[in-house]
Ligand binder design. Structure first.
Ligand SMILES: [Zn+2]
Length: 770
């Protein structure tokens, strides 16, 4: 047996938590994936090799929660040493070494309600968490240990509930995909993770339908992994993985989210019933074994043949090899060929060095038959026959790949595109929500990669005042965030506000501005949060008036608590729109709120939303005043927050120039240094040459003081240069197009400084979880 690890979180390692009485309690626990079991005991540490484990743990008797992979058979006194016990576990089922787990602790547990599961399902946590003794456990523990498990009703964000429901569902899906059948080697990790990813959406849909995961998968997995798949980070779903570094490099958005999306595509082209049957064959026949992709393909093919789901001579393996053994994805073009037919053709979208193509399932909807009951393909683009023609009256619109079940982007020719845009403006609901979402996602991504003009994408946004579906707004907010962040002048703001705010308002009116705890849950609750964030940030009077109403009520009732999910946006709007008084009010709330209350950080962040230069100067000054009422550990994030604010950015650059020595001496010289952190924040927003020149001058004047951080400074400067280029190529054309296509000019006269909600954070942390 090896020694316990105290400086890494793998093998058998030491963890700890702070108990109710502030004492530090220890936990011995394990993390073996992918190749750490060998640190604890000698073994053939490969996922495809399975063994029965007989485990005895000798431990101090006062550690009462001792866990392994199977039930405890008995606990006896350890004869050789007083105060020690032996916990003996029943033999496990045959399992892979990376799944070996043991815990010695005094954690407590909560058990899931009976009926939901056939076996007891328990969640273990430090006693203060289980007892819900909110006043004494530190936020530090919450961040490290509970982050993906514990939800506090009334205190946790709805988006966070969505995240951790996904995580739990993902891990439960591993019971079949990963634990029962296990990838034989890490090069086919997708057989574990691509399935756990896909099945997790179905699982959440089953128990928490309000999160609408069968739709959310489009934004969260499909659109996300498509962006990864054309980046330098992409790789084939199945690729060589020999060294530990190569194995580690496989836990990516390709293995997880593209793998999940390819599974979704397979389910749709085979039909749900056939897919389910094939998976049952696979799980039944391959239980407790190591598997390769060909095993999966074989059993899916058996089901496909039984149900006659594929064209003659075509197998599941032929199709799925084309999707798993090469990176990138097809671009499918739809082009009119005369008045009565269209050509549908595929080409490589990225990675043009390769000439290989795909087996592409194609569904077709038209103006005369605008929706399908299932996603069974009308035709296949074959690997060797990449172009097919279909009969169609080209004076009417046609779309393919309903609901984006096929893993590819679609580009319509210049004659067909206006017909679709016209249908959207006349009545968007004729086209399904997921098809609308993907159409917009395709065109913005195609534009940002230079395949179409940005105006072609923007043309499809003209109908948005009809739009109330969360998967569409998610695309809009993702694709237009950069243009918003880089809009600097009041004219640029006005253009975006006057175009976008009137389009957001009807959706917000429909969903309801006033908090309704029975309605604003799940996907709808999360959408409302984002709509309010954008509406208030754009400065639409509809939202700003609502924020001010809450502000007035809050002033009259000191005990009032703003609804958690809109706290960030509303507090930001209050400070932005109420000058010194709004700032003083929020500062008082910040000071009066105890540290462990998560609202304290939201009030802090809101302080940086002021549009008053004098107020922002005062705030920046407080960060270096050790007698100020800012909690010291909050000082740096205040500066970063002001850097996000369009009105604050120049002030922060000037503050750096004037105060660099004090920043280093008062805020510390740790790693990353405060100067580096501030430059990092600036680099996400600075997009003008004038600001870059100021940053460059600051760096040139003070470079000697930074020493080791020079490497990261160069990367921030590179980011700013690419921001400037992006703004010239896309930002300015977007803004000027919006200026020419103003919806209705009924908005408030000022825009807020910054969006308050960080949507991307939620998805980013999820990808760190196995
Ligand atoms: Zn996983």
């Amino acid at each position: 047996m090896a020694a316990i690890n105290t400086n890494s979180l793998d093998g058998l390692y030491l963890s700890n938590y702070t108990d109710t009485d502030e004492t530090i309690k220890r936990i011995a626990t394990t993390q073996m994936q992918a190749y750490h079991a060998r640190q604890l005991f000698p073994c053939f540490d490969e996922p495809g090799l399975k063994a029965v484990f007989n485990l005895k743990i000798i431990h101090k008797t006062n550690y009462t929660t001792v866990l392994g992979n199977s039930d405890v058979a008995n606990v006896t006194e350890f004869a050789d040493l007083e105060g020690w016990s032996v916990t003996t576990f029943n033999p496990t089922v045959p399992m892979a070494t990376y799944l070996f787990a043991m815990v010695v602790s005094d954690l407590e547990y909560a058990e899931a309600d009976g009926g939901l599961f056939k076996v007891p399902v328990r969640t273990y946590a430090p006693p203060p968490v289980v007892a819900r003794n909110g006043a004494t456990y530190s936020a530090d523990i919450a961040a490290k240990m509970e982050a993906y498990i514990i939800y506090y009703p009334g205190e946790s964000l709805e988006s966070y509930k969505n995240l951790l429901t996904s995580v739990v569902s993902h891990e439960l899906a591993h019971q079949n995909f990963g634990n029962l059948v296990t990838c034989k080697w890490w090069n086919e990790l997708w057989l574990n993770e691509g399935f756990a990813t896909y099945i997790s959406y179905l699982g959440v849909d089953g128990v928490r339908p309000e999160f609408r995961h069968r739709e959310w998968i489009l934004n969260d997995a499909f659109q996300y992994s498509m962006r990864v798949d054309v980046s330098a980070r992409s790789h084939p779903i199945v690729n060589d993985a020999v060294t530990p570094d190569e194995v580690d490099s496989y836990f990516t958005g390709i293995t997880y989210e593209k793998g999940g999306s390819v599974n979704r595509m397979t389910e749709k082209f085979l039909s749900e019933a056939t897919y389910k049957k094939g998976l049952q064959y696979y799980l039944h026949n391959m239980s407790y074994q190591g598997v390769v992709s060909d095993d999966l393909f074989h059993y899916l093919n058996v089901a496909a043949q039984e149900d006659d789901r594929l064209p003659a001579g075509v197998t599941v393996k032929m199709i799925l090899d084309s999707w798993t053994l090469q990176k990138s994805h097809p671009l499918v073009r739809v082009s009119a060929e005369g008045p009565n037919s269209v050509y549908i053709s595929q080409e490589r979208y990225a990675d043009p060095a390769s000439v290989d193509l795909w087996w592409v399932p194609v569904t077709v909807v038209t103006q005369d038959a605008p929706s399908l009951e299932n996603w069974v393909p009308k035709l296949w683009l074959e690997r060797d026959v990449p172009i097919k023609s279909v009969v169609h009256d080209t004076s009417k619109w046609i779309m393919i790949n309903q609901d984006a079940t096929g893993y590819y982007r679609v580009l319509y020719d210049e004659g067909l595109t206006p017909l679709i845009a016209d249908q959207l403006r006349r009545n968007a609901s004729v086209i399904t929500p997921l098809s609308r979402s993907q159409l917009l996602d395709d065109y913005f991504n195609l534009a940002y990669r230079g395949n179409v003009e940005i105006e072609a994408a923007l043309e499809f946004t003209k109908y948005l005042e009809q739009e109330d579906h969360f998967t569409v707004w998610e695309v809009i907010f993702t694709q237009l965030r950069q243009a918003y962040n880089f809009a600097q002048t009041e004219d640029e703001h006005s253009a975006i506000r006057n175009y976008l705010a009137p389009k957001i308002r009807p959706a917000l009116e429909k969903i309801g501005l006033e908090q309704n705890n029975n309605v604003h849950i799940g996907a709808l609750g999360i959408l409302r949060t984002k709509l309010i964030d954008w509406s208030c940030a754009l400065g639409d009077s509809f939202c700003v008036d609502y924020a001010n109403k809450l502000y007035t009520e809050w002033g009259q009732d000191v005990n009032k608590i703003l609804p958690i999910d809109i706290q960030a946006s509303i507090t930001c709007a209050i400070v932005a729109n109420n000058g010194q008084a709004g700032f003083d009010f929020m500062m008082a709330k910040y000071i009066a709120t105890p540290m462990q209350n998560p609202s304290k950080v939201r009030y802090l962040n809101a302080l940086g939303c002021s549009r008053d230069a004098g107020v922002l100067q005062t705030l920046l000054g407080m960060t270096l005043d050790t007698n100020s009422q800012l909690v010291r550990s909050h000082a740096l994030s205040v500066i970063q927050r002001v850097a996000m604010n369009k009105q604050g950015r120049r002030l922060v650059i000037q503050f750096l120039k004037d105060q660099v020595d004090r920043i280093i001496s008062i805020l510390g010289s740790g790693s990353p240094s405060p100067v580096s952190s501030i430059l990092s924040s600036l680099s996400s927003y600075v997009s003008t040459q004038e600001e870059l020149d100021e940053v460059l001058k600051f760096v040139a004047d003070h470079a000697a003081k930074f020493g080791v951080i020079n490497g990261s400074i160069n990367s921030y400067l590179t980011t700013i240069r690419s921001n400037i280029a992006w703004k010239v190529t896309f930002g300015k054309p977007i803004i000027s197009w919006m200026g020419e296509n103003v919806s209705i000019n009924n908005s408030a006269s000022y825009a807020n400084p910054s969006l308050a909600v960080f949507v991307s954070l939620v998805t980013a942390v999820l990808r760190c979880v196995n």
